[in-house]
Design a protein around this ligand. Structure first.
Ligand code: FRU
Length: 538
């Protein structure tokens, strides 16, 4: 095994030298990426700014990173381009919140150094001071990121290269996340990271966590596009010295792994008298397996399933969650706010609890918006008794909330549609399917070229995507179709059957169209509640 790794060691030491050299050269010049002070010129008042989905004050974001809870605060880091509204110059932006709903953006936590960028990763609270950096009673926050070194001119503005040198680094904070230091000046932390398996070198997105049963820190690393679906497992006692444990092969593996232990709930979401725990492992595109992780290897106990519908990528859960809830946030991708001349672009999904429930012989994943959303409710409307679609329409005609949280239950006797701002959710009775067709998909191609000509170069193949999604078997658990729909200025998030299927769809709504309307004949609305949502930035 060791001989196999000689090549990696060689590259590893070479990289360390290169970084050390570039860092010292850089120290003399001002870091152009540490520009959060310039964000003061921007506020949250723009017409298309999502009211309750996280966006950066300015510029591009993608994956959530390093999500953790410590001492009354949720920390959200995210892939961020401090210099523009396109992908590039990857840094870790940072925001904190007391309730996962109201966020305050803080200075960027980790910015590019050397000739490399800070790609995705995860964060932990160093509960037992493994790193030895703890100051008094304040626990150290430890972030592990992928460092993407590239010597191509202009790399910061280009898509991730096919061939580059990635390694994993650590940054830490001893002051509750207000400032961060690079461990060993940002040098590689994990050797043997998998170049033997994927010589083209795209090993990235470390998932770092404490494995209670083996009393070790564990890191999972995706070994890249050409590895044939490999995830490498490492363990450590001190967060600095890492040992190779095993390679797991999953054909479906793609980016940004998460691995966590969850209780198995009953089908209705209640806790059984005798609780069993299982491990959930998922990747960036939300393929997931449920099984057992022993600290070295994950053994699946049922076949791989997928929980992604719509615009979604690279989700992760909060480390050190304070109340036993697993809360997940993903990148609600394809939210091209720059096309509407916004100073920011892209957004994150609304935080949702992640649950495993036993349904028949299967264990299924469920997502549901966190209850803290209610702090944003202003007006609420409710249908008190069962109504026909026509009756519901005359009720809906009188209200026009811009952003809202709607819960409804329908006894579907035949096909029906729910039209929200021109986007159509239609039920096909014979197929027992719900189809979502966005309004964007129904209008002609926007004249986007004129809005941002420089973006054309990077987005040559950009075109309107067919935004149509299908929920299948929607009436499998009860006679009624139950759904919850969150509508923000830039998205629809639709949760079916208590969150068994979820569509996250980015759609920048027509500001003048606030219509909500049903079409159909004999179906009956059993219940309908709408809460108007105010801006979380106020
Ligand atoms: C997923 C991803 C990660 C990578 C990051 C770069 O969206 O491609 O694999 O670390 O984005 O921004």
């Amino acid at each position: 095994m060791l001989i196999k790794y000689m090549k990696s060691i060689h590259i590893y030491s070479l990289l360390s030298l290169l970084i050390a050299f570039s860092c010292s050269a850089l120290a003399a010049t001002e870091n152009q990426y540490d520009n959060f002070h310039t964000y003061k010129d921007t506020d949250y008042q723009q017409a298309y700014r999502p009211k309750f989905h996280f966006t950066s004050k300015k510029n591009w974001i993608n994956d959530p990173n390093g999500m953790l809870y410590y001492d009354g605060e949720y920390h959200l880091f995210f892939q961020h381009n401090p210099l523009g509204t396109g992908w590039g110059n990857m840094a870790w932006g940072h925001a904190v919140s007391k309730d996962m709903v109201h966020w305050e953006q803080l200075p960027h936590a980790i910015t590019p150094y050397g000739s490399g960028y800070i790609f995705s990763g995860t964060g932990v609270v160093d509960h037992n001071n493994s790193l030895g950096k703890q100051v008094k009673n304040t626990k150290t926050l430890v972030l592990m990121y992928s460092y993407a070194l590239d010597t191509r001119p202009n790399f910061g503005a280009l898509t991730p290269p096919k061939e580059t040198a990635y390694y994993q680094g650590i940054a830490y904070s001893t002051d509750r996340g207000r400032t961060f230091e690079l461990l060993n000046d940002g040098a590689p932390i994990i050797p043997f990271q998998g170049r033997d398996v994927d010589p083209k070198g795209t090993q990235r997105d470390p998932k770092l966590f404490w494995h209670q049963e083996s009393q070790k820190w564990v890191t999972l690393l995706w070994l890249g596009e050409s590895s044939g679906g490999k995830i490498r497992v490492f363990s450590s006692d001190n967060l600095v010295d890492w040992e190779f444990e095993t390679d797991m092969t999953r054909k479906w593996a793609h980016e940004c792994f998460d691995l966590l232990k969850l209780p198995i709930l009953n089908a209705d979401g209640s806790m059984p008298d005798e609780v069993q725990y299982k491990w959930l492992m998922y990747d960036g595109s939300f393929d997931y397996e449920i099984g057992h992780f022993d600290g070295k290897n994950f053994k699946a106990e049922q076949k791989v399933k997928n929980h992604k519908l719509g615009h979604w990528n690279a989700a992760q859960t909060f480390n050190n969650s304070p109340d036993g809830r697993a809360v997940i946030i993903g990148w609600l991708k394809n939210s091209d706010f720059w096309r509407y001349k916004m100073p920011f672009t892209e957004q994150l999904s609304f935080p949702a609890t992640l649950e495993l429930r036993k349904v028949g012989n299967e264990i299924l994943l469920y997502r549901w918006p966190v209850k803290e959303i209610s702090s944003l409710y202003t007006q609420s409307w409710k249908l008190n008794s069962a109504k026909t679609l026509m009756q519901a329409n005359s009720f809906l005609k009188k209200i026009s909330p811009e952003c809202f949280d709607m819960t409804l239950s329908i006894s579907a006797k035949e096909n029906f549609s729910l039209i929200i701002r021109g986007s159509i959710l239609s039920y096909n009775h014979s197929k027992n399917q719900l189809n979502f067709i966005s309004q964007k998909n129904q209008i002609k191609k926007l004249d986007w070229d004129k809005l941002r000509p420089e973006a054309q170069k990077n987005r040559k193949n950009w075109q309107l995507r067919p935004d149509q999604f299908t929920f299948s078997n929607v009436k499998n658990t009860s006679a009624n179709i139950g759904m919850r729909i969150l509508v923000d200025r830039g998205s629809f998030e639709i949760f079916f059957n208590q969150g068994q299927q979820v569509l996250t769809h980015s759609e920048i709504s027509d500001l003048n169209n606030k219509n909500i309307q049903f079409k159909g004949e004999s179906s009956i609305i059993s219940s309908l509640t709408i809460h108007e949502i105010k801006s979380s930035w106020e």
